[in-house]
Write a new protein. Structure first.
Length: 104
């Protein structure tokens, strides 16, 4: 069981082979192969390798399954006693990636 922590889109994700991960939108079409070279940590069941800040010899390969937008999040600002109300909605773009291989 190989585990890795990757960094993409300013966030960190714990991934393993065969796992689906929703990440920040990345360039690429559905079915396209992608590589994550920013690997922070690797665990193979016995030994743990921690990067400073990244592990140069590791590469995580994946495939884009789909891209889309998440559900709408409402942002509401309100000040009492001053009639100040602002309502705004936001839908974040995402890419869903299937992790194929963690190579070292």
């Amino acid at each position: 069981m190989n585990l890795a922590v990757i960094e993409t889109g300013g966030k960190q994700y714990l991934v393993s082979e065969g796992k689906k991960v929703k990440i920040e939108k990345i360039k690429g079409e559905t079915g396209e192969k992608i590589k994550f070279d920013r690997v922070l940590l690797f665990f193979d069941g016995k030994k743990t390798a921690i990067g400073t800040p990244y592990l140069k010899e590791l590469l995580v390969e994946g495939e884009i399954i789909k891209s889309g937008r998440l559900k709408k999040v409402i942002v509401f600002r309100y000040h009492s006693k001053t009639r100040y109300r602002k309502k705004k909605g936001h839908r974040q773009h995402f890419s869903e990636v299937l992790i194929k291989k963690i190579s070292h």
